[in-house]
Design a protein around this ligand. Structure first.
Ligand code: NAD
Ligand code: TYD
Length: 357
């Protein structure tokens, strides 16, 4: 049985990935999920898999070298899938240090522990693989409509978040080049779907619309992101690890560029359509909620991925059309009101006040 070490599996993409992997491989894999359970980590996301015999959760910080090397000593890890990170641009503007700590130093700890466990006299044990999950934000911002990010696009990060992810990518690249360390890097565009924490645009807008709260639009609302349904990302990660060429970087994207203001209109229209006429919330679901607020500092204008390489070499392409993915996502939030209540109680209120006052 192949053993996976997933970091940050209690977060948004990690928990979707773990569920995808169990749906695909059933009892043929063992997944060990290590997560420090920061504000973004939530074990409720994994309650459907928590009792499986082939699933193990360990609360650990990826910066804790002793804890991580003890896990490599105890288990014969075949695959590392490294999601754990601080992931929100706005938080990185307010408090960059933890981004460097977790994203850069934490990645270095993961690399060193995997390297030590897998090293042989003349290289690495056969079949071992490390996948570093990264973002398209490392490439910076596109200004023209016909420009796209390719794997060859020079890195040009602007926010402390994207700079920390770019640094972590460079460290992984250096291990590939220096030690022939068996790793891949994936750079993916913005994800959306179930279990996303409502500090990010799409779940924040869904939650506020349902509650009749204002919908904060940064700047002119015309910044563009390339949205990918999270399950498509999970599938791409698995395909890269199984079919990709070791040492290569693969861009993953949705072919789905939209301005933020378009996204907000789609969410309002879709929620309006999905709520029954007798639902009291329906009365306030309209565009009057839209509120333009001060722009994010250093706000990147446009991201757009050309996922040509992953399609040509691996055969992956996005499957979920945005109209379908956003309905599935909104339906999930309708059906998980308690999840939203739990994650928005306590610290979230304080964060929201400070960020949007
Ligand atoms: P998230 O913030 O939802 O989850 C991050 C997880 O990492 C949480 O469970 C958190 O508890 C854990 N974590 C944080 N610090 C840790 C530490 N020191 N030790 C152990 N665990 C720690 O993030 P996400 O949106 O699921 O993103 C996952 C990865 O994918 C990140 O590396 C991110 O950069 C990348 N990514 C995200 C997107 C996106 O749209 N969300 C797009 C491309 C790439
Ligand atoms: P976000 O979900 O934070 O992802 P990222 O910054 O990593 O791309 O933001 C997506 C876009 O939405 C980005 O252009 C900023 C914008 N935005 C708002 O206009 N209002 C908000 O309240 C948030 C959270 C984001």
């Amino acid at each position: 049985m192949r053993t996976y070490l997933v970091t940050g599996g209690a977060g948004f993409i990690g928990s979707n990935y773990i569920q995808y992997m169990f749906q695909k491989y059933h009892n043929d894999i063992h997944i060990i999920n290590i997560d420090a359970l920061t504000y973004a980590g939530n074990l409720e996301n994994l309650k459907d898999v928590a009792n499986r015999e082939n699933y193990t959760f360990i609360k650990a910080d990826i910066c804790d070298r002793e804890a991580i090397s003890a896990i490599f000593a105890k288990y014969d890890i075949d695959r590392v899938v490294h999601f754990a990170a601080e992931s929100h641009v706005d938080r990185s503007i307010k408090n960059p240090e933890v981004f460097v700590q977790t994203n850069v130093l934490g990645t270095l700890v993961m690399l060193n522990c995997a390297k030590a466990a897998w090293e042989t006299e003349d290289g690495f044990q056969a079949g071992k693989k490390f996948l570093h999950v990264s973002t398209d934000e490392v490439y910076g911002s596109l200004e023209k409509e016909d420009e796209y990010f390719y794997e060859t696009t020079p890195y040009d990060p602007h926010s402390p978040y994207s700079a920390s992810k770019a640094s972590s990518d460079m460290i992984v690249k250096s291990y590939i080049d220096t030690f022939k360390f068996p790793a891949n890097i994936t750079n993916c565009s913005n994800n959306y779907g179930p279990y996303q924490f409502p500090e990010k645009l799409i779940p924040l807008i869904i939650n506020n619309t349902l509650q009749g709260k204002k919908l904060p639009v940064y700047g002119d609302g015309k910044n563009v992101r390339d949205w990918l349904y999270v399950e498509d990302h999970a599938k791409a990660i698995d395909m890269v690890q199984e079919l990709g060429t070791i040492g290569q970087t693969y861009n993953i994207g949705g072919h789905n560029e939209k301005q933020n203001i378009e996204i907000i209109h789609i969410i309002i229209d879709t929620i309006h359509d999905m709520l029954s006429d007798s639902d009291p919330r329906k009365a306030h679901v309209n565009t009057d909620l839209i509120t333009y607020v001060a722009d994010r500092k250093g706000h990147d204008r446009r991201y757009a991925i050309a996922p040509d390489k992953i399609k040509a070499e691996i055969g992956w392409q996005p499957e979920t059309m945005f109209a379908e993915g956003i309905r599935k996502t909104i339906k999930w939030y309708f059906e998980h009101e308690d999840w939203m209540k739990n994650v928005t109680s306590g610290d979230y209120q304080k964060y929201y006040e400070e960020m949007y006052r």
